[in-house]
Design a binder for this molecule. Sequence first.
Ligand SMILES: NC(=O)C1=CN([C@@H]2O[C@H](COP(=O)(O)OP(=O)(O)OC[C@H]3O[C@@H](n4cnc5c(N)ncnc54)[C@H](O)[C@@H]3O)[C@@H](O)[C@H]2O)[C@@H](O)CC1
Ligand SMILES: Nc1ncnc2c1ncn2[C@@H]1O[C@H](COP(=O)(O)OP(=O)(O)O)[C@@H](O)[C@H]1O
Ligand SMILES: [K+]
Length: 515
Amino acid sequence: MISAYTGTQIRAAEEPLLAAGMGAVLMQRASYGLANAIVHELQARGRRLYGASVAVLAGKGNNGGDGLFAASFLAARGMRTTAVLTAGAAHTEALAAFQRAGGRVHFLSDANASRLAAEMARADVVIDAVLGTGAQGGLRGAAAALVASLADVRQTSGGPELMVACDIPSGVDADTGEAHAPVLSADLTVTFGAAKVGLLADPGADYAGRVHVVPIGIEAELPWPALRRLQPPDLLRLLPQPGRRAHKYSRGVLGVVAGSADYPGAAVLACRGALAAGVGMVRYLGPPEVAHLVRQSCPEVVCSAGEVADTHVQAWLVGSGMGPSDSHQLQRAHDAVESGLPVIADAGALPALPDVLGPQVVLTPHAGELAALLKRLGADYERSAVEVNTLGAVRHAAALTEATVLLKGATTLVASPFQDFYSQADGTPWLATAGSGDVLAGIIGALLAQVGPDVGRFRDAGIDPDERWAAIAAMGASLHGLAGTAAAGGGPLSAGRIAEYLPEVWSRLVTPPDV
Ligand SMILES: NC(=O)C1=CN([C@@H]2O[C@H](COP(=O)(O)OP(=O)(O)OC[C@H]3O[C@@H](n4cnc5c(N)ncnc54)[C@H](O)[C@@H]3O)[C@@H](O)[C@H]2O)[C@@H](O)CC1
Ligand SMILES: Nc1ncnc2c1ncn2[C@@H]1O[C@H](COP(=O)(O)OP(=O)(O)O)[C@@H](O)[C@H]1O
Ligand SMILES: [K+]
């Protein structure tokens, strides 16, 4: 599990160590870790350190201090070092160390911003150390002009080879992932003490590149994380494994209310996702023409034209491929939510459910659907407002609906109504294809039916049982991403193949059973 914290939480964890006079030690650990990460990255790229150049864009605070100290370590490895001071001043000891190590210093002004940007673009490595967790808003004045022009040069003509963010890309909000333009897109973010929330939520994650955490000794002081990310070992622990005496009913039955005359394929893809995710049985309820297609494509599914009240299941999937005119299906979706069983509610169900739900209801909107949902509940959001602050939007929706809300996208965010957050980014942009969300709904539905009732499984993994619905949604997003990545293999992907690859990805995650 990766745990992420807000800037405020990190500063509070540093506080006792600073009070004990450890500030300089923390900075040495951070900057040494930053320098080391750069050395490893260059070596991995087959680059010689000796004679390579590194330019630091350094602000006046401790973030700039980290960047300058790191460059001094790199100078000792034979790298040529330059610093551009954005604020006319810099961390005193770090600047002295940088100059002692032979570094050249430039003072940024409006007049020289574009010339210095061109010079920095010629460096092999640039360290962005203007703003860290002490930032308020984005870059301004000459620093903004330099960064805008450096980002521009990089996009048009390619240099520098390696862009490294010190702690967090300057201009990204450590608490939310909001990005105040201009922001340099890093290849690598070296972050200190623990991951920051803003590195794991879009759009901040877009700018962060690969995130590397350098321990600096504050770990014991860290509180409960503000956001978490499940890793393969967590999936291994949480995924269901049938017991020896298992039968199809004990393994979990999922009811599916999905598809319509216009979108029958959504029901098929949702069922295929559920079957691939190991559910004991899928029962489909819906119009005969959709049921016919489901039977043709997935003969394992038991189809009927019955009602929710007469259908014995452990969880429901509702909404994929349904529209506002599908009144009978919408009534079934309502009944499923009213049953109190765990429900994954997707697409067409989102505008049609009661305003206030419960944590066992998992809503799975994309950004446009989330904006519409928030608007319906009286919050003023457009799709673009969701996209600039994904974490804020998903948090808001979970608070208003009292449901678990999963926001789909390059990074998938999950919020529980109790304000527990997960971020998963196991996928590939090839997953942005029609029907991909229906497969995700099926996978989450299958997991709700299988492990939803298993409170102990979550408690043992350090997850509050009341918050398990969010963890299950995050498990589903992770499996979907891993299966999509495996299915794409670097090339195009159609949604059905996500389900085809899932069993293989799953079996690679779990330990082979004893024979
Ligand atoms: N506190 C500590 O002991 C440690 C801090 N570390 C580093 O220190 C950073 C935090 O340092 P600071 O609290 O000094 O803050 P930062 O270095 O993040 O920068 C804030 C400085 O810039 C100014 N500033 C804030 N917003 C600005 C804006 N939008 N435009 C221009 N100037 C702005 C502030 O007045 C302040 O002087 C972390 O990100 C990390 O890199 C690490 O060295 C580890 C140890
Ligand atoms: N750029 C991307 N990178 C990784 N995953 C993505 C990206 N864009 C979308 N996805 C994932 O693909 C799925 C798309 O779902 P959705 O938008 O509902 O598609 P559809 O409605 O066509 O089924 C979601 O799981 C989402 O997280
Ligand atoms: K920075």
